[in-house]
Ligand binder design. Structure first.
Ligand SMILES: CSC[C@H]1O[C@H](OP(=O)(O)O)[C@H](O)[C@@H]1O
Ligand SMILES: Nc1ncnc2[nH]cnc12
Length: 315
C-alpha cells in the first residue's frame, strides 16, 4: 500500500491469523506491510503490522496479521502456505498466535455464531499438505498431546467469557474437539455422523498443519472457532452447509469476532503475560527435539533451512 513502510525493526511477539471472512483486522493502526521471504517461499499474504494501544500500559504494542487464504481468499485449504506463514511469523519474533476459523458445528448445543475454543484436534487431512519443518535429513519429533497452548487457552477463554457477560450476544464453548478435514468439498452425511460418534464438536479444513507447524516453531497457538453451520448431519432438521451460509454468519458476527480479538489483545498486552506471550515456556525445545540427526547425517538443504528458522540451534 502506498506510503506504508515495508520494514519494521522491532520484534513482534503476537500474531493473528485471519481465516474465512477475516481477510483484514480493522480498528488498529497499520504501521507497516511486510513481504517476508522464507526458505519455504512467501506466506499466504503480506504481513500487516498493526499497533494496538495497550489499555494497561498506554503504550502501542505491535501485532502481526496474516490472511490464511490470501488477501482475496484465493488459496484453497490445501493450498495455504502453512510452512511459509509460520516461518515468516517466527522470523519476525512471533511466539503467540491467535488463529481464527469458520467451522461447522457437530453438536446441537453449538449454534451458528457461537464461539468455540477447541482443546483437541482429530487429523482428517490426507497427507497432501506439507506438514513439518523436520524432513530431508533433519529429523525432529515434538509433543502434540495438547495441540493448543493450554495457558494461552485459559487467557482466551477468560476474555471470551467476559464478553458473554457484557451483553449476552456472545456464547463461548471453552473446550471441544475439532475435526480438521481435507476438503475443499464438505463432508458426506456418513462422514459427518461418524465425526459425531467420535466425539467431534466442530469441523474445519485449516487447523492442520498450521497448529503442528506452530508447535514445531515453538509458538504458543490457539484457534478461536466461530460456528457458521451444522454441517450436514441434521438431515431433514436443517439445511446442509453451503458457502453462502458460512459467509453470511461470518459477516453478521464480524463485530463480535472483532470485540473478541480486541479483548484478547488487551489481556495479552498486560505485563503479567510477558513471559507467556514471548513463548518462554517453549523456548529451546526444538534444539533437542529437532536435533536427533547426527551432523554427518544431515541433509544440507534441510540444515540450512532450519538454521534460518532457528538461528544458533543447529551449529
Ligand atoms: C468457506 S467454508 C470452508 C472454509 O472455511 C473455513 O476456513 P478458515 O478455517 O480459514 O476460517 C474452513 O476451514 C474452510 O477452509
Ligand atoms: N461444515 C464445515 N465443514 C468444514 N469446514 C467448515 N467451515 C465452516 N463450515 C464447515
Amino acid at each position: 500500500m502506498a506510503g506504508v513502510p515495508s520494514k519494521y525493526d522491532e520484534p513482534v511477539s503476537i500474531a493473528v491469523i485471519g481465516g474465512t471472512g477475516i481477510q483484514a483486522l480493522s480498528g488498529f493502526t497499520l504501521v507497516a506491510t511486510l513481504d517476508v521471504k522464507t526458505p519455504w517461499g512467501s506466506p499466504s499474504s503480506p504481513i500487516s503490522i498493526l499497533h494496538h494501544l495497550s489499555p494497561s500500559t498506554g503504550k502501542p504494542i505491535p501485532i502481526a496479521f496474516l490472511s490464511r487464504h490470501g488477501l482475496h481468499h484465493e488459496l484453497a485449504p490445501h493450498e495455504v502456505k502453512n510452512q511459509a506463514n509460520i516461518a515468516a511469523l517466527r522470523s519476525l519474533g512471533v511466539r503467540t498466535i491467535i488463529a481464527f476459523s469458520a467451522v461447522g458445528s457437530l453438536r446441537e448445543e453449538i449454534r451458528p455464531r457461537d464461539f468455540v475454543v477447541p482443546d483437541q484436534v482429530i487429523d482428517r487431512t490426507k497427507g497432501i499438505r506439507p506438514f513439518t519443518f523436520f524432513e530431508g535429513g533433519m529429523v525432529g519429533h515434538v509433543g502434540f498431546g495438547d495441540p493448543f497452548d493450554t495457558k494461552l487457552a485459559k487467557i482466551v477463554n477468560k476474555c471470551g467469557h467476559a464478553l458473554e457477560g457484557e451483553n449476552g450476544a456472545v456464547t463461548l464453548h471453552d473446550k471441544g474437539t475439532l475435526i480438521c478435514m481435507e476438503g475443499p468439498q464438505f463432508s458426506t452425511r456418513a462422514e459427518s455422523h461418524m465425526y459425531r460418534s467420535w466425539g467431534g464438536s466442530v469441523i474445519n479444513m485449516s487447523a492442520l498443519p498450521e497448529a503442528k507447524l506452530a508447535r514445531e516453531a515453538e509458538i504458543a497457538y490457539q484457534m478461536i472457532c466461530m460456528a457458521t453451520d451444522y454441517d450436514c448431519w441434521r438431515g431433514e432438521a436443517g439445511e446442509d452447509v453451503n458457502v453462502e451460509m458460512v459467509m453470511g454468519h461470518m459477516k453478521a458476527n464480524a463485530e463480535n469476532a472483532k470485540r473478541f480479538v480486541g479483548a484478547v489483545l488487551d489481556e495479552l498486552s498486560k505485563e503479567e503475560h510477558d513471559e507467556q506471550v514471548k513463548g518462554k515456556h517453549l523456548e529451546g525445545q526444538m534444539k533437542f527435539a529437532g536435533g536427533i540427526t547426527a551432523k554427518e547425517g544431515r541433509g544440507k538443504e534441510a540444515e540450512d533451512k532450519l538454521k534460518w528458522l532457528f538461528p544458533g540451534y543447529f551449529e
